[in-house]
Design a protein around this ligand. Structure first.
Ligand SMILES: [Ca+2]
Length: 390
């Protein structure tokens, strides 16, 4: 009784604290006018009664070059422009740039989520920068049939005020053939503590980039060669092609609310360097499943741990959307690389175009020796207990 009332007291203290926690968390999300739905002082270009004299100003943003507010239904030649969210977005012409100054916490890692769509250029790319960091995202690969995708890139805030900028580095014959961007959000990354009995950091993928609740396309994670600056703390996307970060609101996720879908075949490698003790035996365990996104089977991953590699096929099972896998290895050094890629290039069976693949989650690396002793001891304890009870 006393214990339950103490628990109630703690629960009520926690409930009292909740609104304050939520207040701090509201910092994560859309940047000011990050969805470009805020009307310019002279109205949206298509609503204007008279042709505007100069380029339209975009509230909260500074622009450079041919930046245009575009609207859903708007055409470019025979092509209807893709607007990722709401009614408006911006299109960046040749070498055009859009940027915004933001106040952040110096020394923290931030991840920026944004949606991008291609228009008419063949080799479209987008440069995302927070000086001195800068990354060019390849928009050439269409990951899904809707024509746009959310992406996330991370950076380290070296100052309290940063300039977040998006630039089209292209030089096309048609200067308006540039990418469309929309839905720009920022999230301060938090690095989870290293679990006691697991050498993998963020092995359950629960900490990751900002995701919009109403967006069902997941978030693509392009290459991040620097493991310290990752939208997925602990993990590195080593390859040219992206991973898809998925949520349980829109996909099947084996554990918790988030997981990673390997959508780029052998060209999409995700890895982590984990701390190990040389000559000790370890187990790499993980959950392998499907995302419930009509992905055409077979699904399989190649799992690596040090010098061990194993090809694992997903076996469809009507009772579960995932299965548990294990790979044993002996550590050769004090750091061991674990990595995964998809063996096949999969597409959705309904549109035959959207990229998909196997899902991995709950990745763990542990001493296989010590675990066995633990299970053994537990067995003895059960036997002893049974003997006492009898
Ligand atoms: Ca998870």
């Amino acid at each position: 009784m006393a214990r339950s009332s103490t628990r109630m007291k703690w629960v009520s203290i926690f409930m009292l604290l909740l609104p304050h926690l939520a207040f701090t968390l509201t910092e994560d999300g859309l940047v000011p006018n990050g969805d470009f739905e805020q009307p310019p002082s002279n109205g949206f270009p298509n609503d204007a009664m008279v042709e505007p004299a100069g380029p339209t100003e975009i509230p909260n943003w500074k622009t450079n070059g041919n930046v245009e507010l575009v609207e859903s239904g708007q055409k470019q030649g025979a092509l209807i422009l893709v607007i990722p969210q709401g009614r408006h977005a911006v299109r960046l012409g040749n070498e055009a740039e859009i940027g915004q100054d933001l106040t952040v916490e110096k020394g923290s890692i931030y991840s920026v989520t944004f949606s991008a769509a291609r228009t008419c250029a063949q080799l479209e790319s987008l440069n995302v920068s927070v000086p001195p960091a800068s990354q060019t995202i390849d928009l050439q690969t269409l990951y899904n049939v809707q024509g746009w995708d959310p992406y996330a890139v991370a950076f380290n805030a070296e100052t309290d005020t940063i300039r977040l900028a998006f630039k089209n580095p292209g030089m096309e014959d048609d200067p308006t053939c540039g990418p469309i961007i929309d839905n720009i959000a920022l999230k301060k990354m938090f690095t989870p503590d290293k679990p006691k009995d697991n050498a993998v950091l963020n092995g359950d993928f629960e900490e990751g980039p900002f995701m919009f609740k109403n967006t069902s396309l997941g978030v693509l994670l392009p290459t991040n060669l620097d493991e310290e600056t990752s939208s997925l703390p602990g993990w590195t996307v080593e390859s040219n092609r992206a991973m898809r970060y998925i949520d349980s609101d829109h996909y099947s996720v084996p554990q918790g609310k988030r997981a990673v879908e390997l959508v780029s075949g052998k060209e999409g490698i995700i890895s982590q360097m984990v701390e190990t003790t040389p000559n000790k035996q370890y187990s790499l365990t993980f959950l392998l499943g499907h995302a419930d996104d009509k992905c055409k089977q077979p699904l399989a991953v190649m799992a690596f741990a040090g010098d061990q590699a194993q090809n694992v096929h997903y076996t469809p099972n009507s009772n579960s959307t995932f299965q548990s896998e294990n790979l044993n290895f002996t550590a050769k050094a004090d750091r061991t690389r674990i990595a995964f890629y998809s063996v096949y290039y999969n597409t959705r069976s309904d549109d035959m175009t959207s990229l998909c693949g196997p899902v991995i989650d709950d990745v763990r690396v542990w001493f296989s020796g010590s675990t066995r002793i633990g299970v053994h001891r537990f067995g003895i304890a059960i036997l002893a207990l049974a003997w006492v009870l009898l």
